[in-house]
Design a protein around this ligand. Sequence first.
Ligand code: UDP
Ligand code: ZN
Length: 318
Amino acid sequence: MGPEYRVDPETGDWHIVAPARAARPTDLSGSSADACPFCPGREGLTPPAVFRTPADRRLPWQVRIVPNRYAVVAPGPGDAATGTHDVVIESPNHDGDLRFADSTQTAEVLGAMRERCRVLEARRPGAIVVFRNHGVAAGTSLRHPHSQIVSLDKVPPGLARRWRHARSFFDETGRCLAEDLACAERSAGVRVVEDTGDILVYQPRAASVSHQTVLIADDPSAGLAGASDAALSAMAEALPRVAAGLAAVRDDPAYNLVVHAGPVGDETAARWYRWYVGLYPRVSRRAGLELATGLGINPTVPEQTAPALRRAMAVRES
Ligand code: UDP
Ligand code: ZN
């Protein structure tokens, strides 16, 4: 059976039933690169790359994007959960990680993601989601540094709600919500982790989890596909340092990184949505009350955790 959408009749939420996912391997018991499908020399274990850097195939690859062998969504009919699912292999180095990466490597990864998003956008999916899982509690199954890109033909209700919210804010105020929030955080200052002018790093006032962190570049694009070189450079410079700071301040927590983006193929979107990176550490578990109500319960105060992250980053860099 291919992946299939099933709608929860009570909540209207969608879920994907995807039994093929159960077959995916894990390598988390040790740090061995012995059988890793993402290591150089084992390219035959993945489908052929849909993108790689450098483009010259005589040179060893630095970043490879390959179709996911255990895709969450796949091309298909009817109720099928259709779309594409790629893995972005971020480095040839099995033991590498975003927190150890330099800005050049990170810019190469972000640039590869942008290229892939451009190709996917041209096919007019409903949404493109770029994300990275780090650590078992965040759902990682393989250690080798990688991210994922999923394009969905249909827009799931949770994402549609996010977009509707931003769109209504724009209709009421004429302003972009993400930009407005960034401005407000910048002037309040208390939750700012770093502000270079090109990029703002802050922890939102209503953070749903401890150390939830936003990185937003000065870039008027709704998605990664339209991001400027300057924005990618600024992001590439900040992201590994923030990941390293987070690892230092909370003992390398599991986290999910999500590139939040607006709708694909909506020419107005750049006016009311701006792409940004959200980091969501997995330091506490969602329990009964959260499940019953959708409430996030954050046991820490962003006004305190933001300065703590800032200090951890400063200590590392001094
Ligand atoms: N995977 C793959 N080819 C393989 C082994 C794994 O495409 O030979 C995929 C796997 O389906 C998974 C991804 O690599 O989606 C690894 O992702 P991650 O560890 O972030 O977490 P997961 O997606 O398993 O939750
Ligand atoms: Zn590897």
